[in-house]
Ligand binder design. Sequence first.
Ligand code: NAI
Ligand code: 15L
Length: 268
Amino acid sequence: PAPRTVLLTGAAGGLGTLMRELLPGHGYRLRLLDLRPVEGEPDAIVADLADRDALREAVRGVDAIIHLAGISLEASFDKILAANIEGTYNLYEAAREEGVGRIVFASSNHAVGYTPRPQGDDPLIPVETPRRPDTFYGLSKCFGEDLAQLYWDKHGIETVSVRIGSCFPEPTSVRMLSVWMSPADGARLFDAALTAENVGHTVVHGSSANTRLWWDLTSARALGYEPQDDSEPYADKLVAEQGELDPGDPAHARLGGHFVTDPPIWPY
Ligand code: NAI
Ligand code: 15L
């Protein structure tokens, strides 16, 4: 049967807030967790991913987990280690102990951020492209994907690792025209990742069907994902403001954009 009760970690964050609004429309009942209180959601669990007892209680009885919690930008290695590496391990252990069979892991384009972005007639970046993390942040997403593979091979817990491009209400840069995932397509992709059968550990690219797409969506579509949106209607305005990407600028030449040169730092 399709999973219905889903633990959403990182529910107070930007993507968590979008998914809290959209996933109930796909038939999910959400249990929420975050380090911070979730506005307007008094029943949300306020817990740190470091708190193993709290995680065990939080995952008890859910059909699946969407794991968004963690540091979402670059930070010191120690902070990334605690929140993203140990935190993700703690969550998988809780899932194993409580028998949760499916996790959707919010990986990132920054796991492969040093990959040259396609230019001209270059082929789209395949999902099998070698890991090339652009930050400690991206490195933690590589860890999460490998952890997911280990928990599938060793414990039979299935994961879809979604290498999210940029999921925000609108694209705000010329680069984002290529990697944007509309919130509605994000909810469609998470729904597909929760319901597709026999995923084992599957890695997919997470974006809309953008005209300027840089990567291949085949493995995402194989889950049943049918993206409906395209960033192109935003292109004229963004290109007029920012100009086209300059292939000679290192921050424009790689999938990870300015994470390869001057990554934004997590503010907390
Ligand atoms: P965000 O920074 O807005 O939200 C992350 C949430 O995780 C925050 O509410 C924060 O309080 C919570 N959190 C951080 N450390 C925690 C801990 N130790 N224990 C419990 N909760 C903790 O980030 P956003 O944009 O919502 O991203 C969500 C996830 O998706 C992140 O894992 C991010 O790396 C990933 N992602 C997001 C992309 C996007 O375009 N929004 C792109 C690629 C990946
Ligand atoms: C990410 O992984 C970040 O979490 C998000 O804030 C954006 O910066 C996104 O990548 C991006 O590459 O645009």
